[in-house]
Design a protein around this ligand. Structure first.
Ligand SMILES: *Cc1c(COP(=O)(O)O)cnc(C)c1O
Length: 384
């Protein structure tokens, strides 16, 4: 795949994998005005826009509190720290997430314990969680991968039974819900990323944590600004992980569009499902869930050939993720090996993320559908 990635960049693609320029074009005047207001107020650190964003985000999730931080990774790290998780503790999560889910655990000194995922949802398999628990298990971090809710009903039951915390990695899933309840609100803490590629994004790094616990809110509030609970007093040593006022002011503009953008992603997903479901495995959606399709991941035969074929037609695709976390060099010390997570490993060879962003045109989507159909059609006729 590298061969094609190097010769053609996103901008020369007929269907690039993302279109951040398109997303910001329509909002440019409004964003520039908001940035100007911050320049005029000069409240660059913990300014008015940060508080506004936090209040709006908490309202959106129906939680008591939201705390802006500087990334999704830090949202996870600070959540673990606020629960006193560290050396000697174990935290259960999955091997098929973005690497940061596990990096955040390792950064606390705790040990990540990985559990394989469900065949169809790409999310943690509840039936495997108890087998991975030990007396050291302190928390479970389910990841709502692709923007599809993990099976929180089961996970909440298991966590409650064993007295362990749930920290949700909802980095890819803002707005996703199970029976109307938004993800990020099932556990004690919910973590979101506002990275430029996420469904709601800053123009730089950003993250946010939601919770209903006043105690955890106050602790994280202090931890993100050097442990200071007010201007002068630090009950404990902390970190510097604030959400910038500049990013918050941009987020306040973009936040107003998140539901419409997610809806467009869902419509695009529906179109793919209707038009590709007979040639590749497409994501299915259960009645009681709302998925927000951060990525649209199909499972395809001859995936590498399909990816190269699409690239030649100007259609850019990605793989999330080509190397499962347990097989990363960084994970060498965790003691895992090839074969430990068969579902994740099988997925790795089959998965392909198609462009799904709200700015896609009907023509572009049609082109993607036709190219994929042509690929399998020509393979069938060649083998006849
Ligand atoms: C993006 C992402 C993160 C990390 O977020 P950053 O804002 O990039 O630090 C963590 N977990 C998952 C599942 C992600 O997709």
């Amino acid at each position: 795949m590298g061969k094609f990635d190097k010769s053609l960049n996103s901008l020369s693609m007929v269907v690039p994998y993302v279109n951040l320029i398109g997303q910001h074009k329509a909002l440019k005047a409004e964003i520039l005005k908001a940035v100007e207001d911050v320049l005029d107020r000069a409240d660059f650190i913990m300014g008015k826009a940060v508080v506004q964003f936090e209040e709006a985000f908490a309202r959106y999730c129906s939680t008591q509190y939201a705390i802006g931080v500087n990334s999704g990774t830090d949202a996870l790290f600070l959540s673990l720290k606020a629960l006193d998780i560290g050396p000697g503790d174990e935290v259960i999560t999955v091997p098929n997430s973005f690497i940061a889910t596990v990096s955040a655990i390792v950064a606390t000194g705790a040990r990540p314990v990985l559990v394989d995922v469900e065949e169809d949802s790409f999310n943690i398999a509840p039936s495997l969680i108890e087998g991975a628990m030990t007396p050291q298990t302190k928390a479970i971090i389910p990841v709502h991968l692709t923007g599809k809710p993990a099976n929180m009903k089961e996970i909440v039951k298991i966590a409650a039974h064993h007295g362990v915390h749930i920290i949700e990695d909802a980095a890819q899933a803002i707005g996703a819900a199970h029976r109307g309840q938004r993800v990020g609100t099932f556990g004690i803490l919910g973590c979101f990323s506002l990275h430029p590629l996420k469904n709601l994004s800053a123009c730089g790094d950003g993250g946010v944590i939601v919770t209903n616990s006043e105690k955890l809110y106050e602790r994280i509030h202090a931890l993100r600004k050097c442990g200071l609970k007010n201007r002068d007093e630090s009950p404990e040593f902390g970190y510097n992980s604030r959400l910038d006022t500049m990013q918050a002011t941009i987020l306040n503009v973009k936040f107003q569009h998140i539901d419409a953008w997610n809806q467009k992603r869902r419509e695009n997903a529906h179109y793919y499902r209707e038009n590709l479901g007979d040639v590749v495995m497409v994501p299915q959606e259960h009645e009681d869930e709302t998925a927000v399709y951060h990525t649209y991941v199909i499972r395809a035969q001859s995936r590498d050939e399909l990816k190269a074929f699409l690239q030649m037609q100007g259609i850019e695709t990605k793989i999330h993720y080509p190397i499962p976390i347990h097989l990363q060099e960084a994970a060498g010390g965790l003691g895992y090996k090839v074969g430990d997570f068969p579902v994740t490993e099988r997925h790795t060879d089959e998965i392909l993320s198609l462009p799904i962003y709200p700015e896609l045109t009907a023509e572009q989507m049609d082109k993607v559908v036709r190219a994929i159909r042509n690929f399998y059609q020509s393979r069938i006729s060649r083998s006849l």
